[in-house]
Design a protein around this ligand. Structure first.
Ligand code: EPU
Length: 417
């Protein structure tokens, strides 16, 4: 992607459906033999990989690119093994485990891949499924889970893992009896998954709290569901709007209740943010360079790790020193080295980055090392002097739908290289 020195961003942008809500919801479509119609489904490469995984198991899928709508029918599942070629491309592939186990009593899948941002184990997923009564066996890089009958139980997660919560919820929905999951993830994408499952006939209570109570049901029907707006895409556009003084961007199709930590941090740094239409729309502007601030990533509702890189780009051109602490993933500062090539002053010590703001970054060739690192380079480039060439654009295509088109709509000088 080539970004030439651009004017401050101005205009309107519509935020797409959430990738990280859509992925577990697609996995959950495996739990019913009836058709699921999923609206506001972004046509991202990660979504298409998940679609391919569902098809490889026997699901019939159709994606209407224009209307961003996917229909899935898992009425004829005939495969219970997902191989390395499929599973190593996205981490969320592992979310097929809970649904397949619950509906068919068996599943085998290669351990998952995904962005290289840390070791990313799946022990909490497996502990949860085992607590429900599954036999788990690890062999030659594959996990096999089988169960004659799962049984509701109490599970308390050691850590509120998003993926583990999703997998356990999905398994529990079709499990006889009551399952209580304590210390579960509070991320809005978990709430969206639960609401979708309830539309299909599940009985999940406590949505939005740290304890989910699931009364198992015999089976699920089909349903029609609209996916929540992507809070990380929204946050990325908010950061981009503040990257160069004078920006003024209206974001449509947002849920500001999911954006609290990002809104609070940007306001603290000097941005002006107005919420309208019951929190479905917001305007972001920054008249001057932002002030530095200290930021620590935490599980929701703390500051999202998926916004850490984009905020490092903002801190790099802010008026002081900001300390960024990454508590979720141990290897999520790879963008710092690329930003340093643009003139950013970043010192890293393990999970802490000290960022001294400079007046202006300078464009140069840089490489996206993962999805959000790529997003951070876009934010940095939009505020920088000169031309930035971002290599390995495919990372961005995993998580930002129609990015070039949306940025151009805001006046940025962006093109695909
Ligand atoms: N963890 C374990 N054991 C487990 C599961 C997780 O130790 O069994 C650890 C992880 O290693 C990590 C922490 O717990 O240190 C958080 O992991 P979590 O399971 O919560 O994250 P995830 O489900 O793998 C999702 C998003 C990520 C996002 C994180 C945190 C999806 C598909 N991915 O990952 O999104 O960073 O939650 O909010 O929903 C992205 O979109 O760029 C992205 C990486």
């Amino acid at each position: 992607m080539i970004i030439e020195q651009s004017p401050p961003l101005r205009g309107r942008v519509r935020i797409s459906g959430s990738k990280n809500a859509a992925l577990p919801i697609l996995a959950a479509s495996l739990m019913t033999a009836e058709t699921c119609v999923l609206r506001d489904m972004p046509g991202l490469s990660d979504i298409l990989v998940m679609k391919g995984i569902l098809e490889s198991l026997g699901s019939e899928t159709f994606y209407d690119n224009e209307n961003e709508c996917m229909s899935v029918n898992a009425g004829k599942i005939n495969e219970f093994f997902a191989d390395y070629g499929m599973m190593n491309r996205i981490r969320a592939s592992f979310l097929i485990m809970g649904p397949m186990l619950a509906r068919f009593g068996k599943v085998r899948a290669s351990l998952p891949g995904g962005c290289a941002i840390g070791s990313r184990p799946v022990d909490l997923h497996l502990k949860g499924l085992a607590a429900l009564g599954a036999d788990i066996c690890l062999k030659r890089g594959c996990v096999e889970a089988t169960a004659e009958k799962l049984r509701g139980t109490e599970i308390h997660l050691d850590f509120p893992s998003v993926g583990a919560t999703a997998n356990i919820v999905m398994a529990a929905v079709l499990t006889k009896g009551r399952t209580v999951i304590g210390n579960c993830a509070l991320e809005p994408e978990i709430g969206d998954l639960c609401r979708f499952l309830n539309v299909l006939g599940a009985d999940i209570n406590g949505i939005g709290s740290d304890t989910l109570v699931i009364n198992g049901v015999e089976g699920l029907r089909g349903g029609d569901y609209r996916i929540i707006p992507d809070r990380i895409e929204a946050g990325t556009f908010m950061a981009a709007a503040c990257g160069r003084p004078g920006g003024n961007v209206v974001l449509e199709n947002v849920d500001t209740s999911h954006l609290r930590p990002v809104i609070a941090k940007l306001r603290e740094m000097g941005a002006i943010i107005n919420e309208e239409e019951n929190g479905k729309k917001l305007t972001v502007s920054a008249q001057t360079r932002l002030n530095a601030s200290d930021i620590k990533t935490l599980p929701y509702p703390g500051f999202p790790t998926d916004m850490q890189a984009q905020f490092m780009a903002l801190l790099s051109a802010s008026t002081g020193r900001g300390v960024m602490t990454e508590t979720l993933f141990e290897n999520r500062f790879m963008h710092a080295a690329e930003m340093s090539r643009m003139g950013a002053q970043v010192k890293i010590n393990s999970r802490v980055a000290i960022v001294d703001g400079v007046e202006r970054l300078a464009g140069c060739p840089v490489r996206a090392t993962d999805l959000r690192a790529g997003a951070a380079l876009v934010v940095a480039a939009l505020g920088a002097d000169g031309i930035t060439e971002i290599l390995d654009r495919f990372h961005l295509e995993r998580g930002y739908f129609r990015l070039v088109e949306k940025l151009r709509g805001l006046g940025a000088f962006v093109r695909e290289g």
